[in-house]
Design a protein around this ligand. Sequence first.
Ligand code: UDP
Length: 476
Amino acid sequence: NQTTPKPHVAFLSSPGMGHITPLFELAIRLVTQHDFQVSFLVITTAFTPAQSEYLNANPHPDLHIVDLPPVDMSGLVSDDMELGTRLSLIVQESIRPFRSILSELKGPKLRALVIDIFCTGVFEICNELAIPVYSFFTASGVLFTLSLYLPSMDREVEGDQYVETVKVPGCNPIRIQDLQEPVWNRNSDDYKWYLFHCRRLFMATGIFINTWEDLEPVSLKAVKHEPFFLNIPTPPVHPIGPLVKQIEPAVMVKYEKEMIAWLDKQPKDSVLYVSFGSGGTLTREQLTELAWGLELSRQRFIMVVRKPSDYAAATFFNVGSESDDPRTYLPDGFIERTKGVGLVVSSWAPQVAVLNHPSTGAFLSHCGWNSTLESLKHGVPMIGWPMYAEQRMNATMLSNEVGVAVKMHVVGDKGETVVARREEIKRVVQMVMEGEEGKKMRSRAKELEASSRTTLSRGGTSYETLARVAESWKLG
Ligand code: UDP
């Protein structure tokens, strides 16, 4: 019927490509596969070419990008704040006019609002307006189960810091070193904010997670069988992953062409792709060691580099906006000596296009969840080099449980960041690119690639799970 408007759903994502990407990919699916119209609300904090290019790369008449009115955050956030605190404050300020923002949306009444973990401040308003809120937990199942358990753990454990191995019911134990410092330090603002959001997860009508059974069987089984929160049942959990970026923004076409042309000339599985996500930035000392390690390994590589910083997530809020000459911070002569063998890209690469290329043989990654899913969806094994957020847990899970990664030694026994030295980098890179261990990891990654395709196809678990929720929204 031409005159009946399509059912309408809105999305609200906190800033950062790692959050926006999975929510946007879900929005695209609702529009293209399930016949919805979507208003995608965007919080803009700074000049972020990578973000706006991505959002505008895929225009669709039923997918409307709505920029929230910009807020003045000066005096409220500072560069030395922990990431979670900063995100929470930005969202808190940006959603002050949320009621009027929702009322001004074009289209019929919303069937649902989909948010990420940092946007839990909208529950009350949506309750009043009778709009069901779904949370899309965009990180791993391991962090998800820990997050469900955190409110109980916080009540049961005493002291300023967590010091013991964390035992989430039904899950594998998490070493304390694998928690980021702000999470185990209970007095930190980051901890308090994260706990606040975890408690509020239980207010959601349903929770999507970006994973699937074959990748994280333990976490998904635990979600089904364990009562995490003492008296409140967990909302229905819907695993719909892996939802990853499918296309690269147009701005990337120039680089993409160059890189793909270069990759086309390399043998199959011979190139190591090195990138630390949207925010990941190495110290000067570590970048020097990494460059030397790559050179000594004599393997082919593509490396995304950024101006060194002591802050690991330095470019999280403005990725793609910095342009500088890598020669000023890479070892003298590095680019010349590795010419033909290596390709250095400043700031941002068309990651999915690189991972999708048959010449790409492994991914040295910070193990952000999107990067992880993108790697596995394309059958590429990983070298785990965690930096911030829940990346350490991811790296451990990928190496110890899934068997698709080997971890670089960058975390010390006390949880401190350790500088990986060039000889060690050379050894690990060679092992993954040429050794038996690398072969095993590659074949495991190929299995997961096949399984990810099945789960996302009609009849597959992730596809059908989303289809069921979409149907319920249509009826609702
Ligand atoms: N990304 C990219 N090019 C880069 C670096 C990152 O396209 O040079 C994309 C990557 O494909 C992924 C996202 O940025 O979709 C990073 O998300 P992830 O969860 O891996 O890490 P975060 O940036 O949140 O730490």
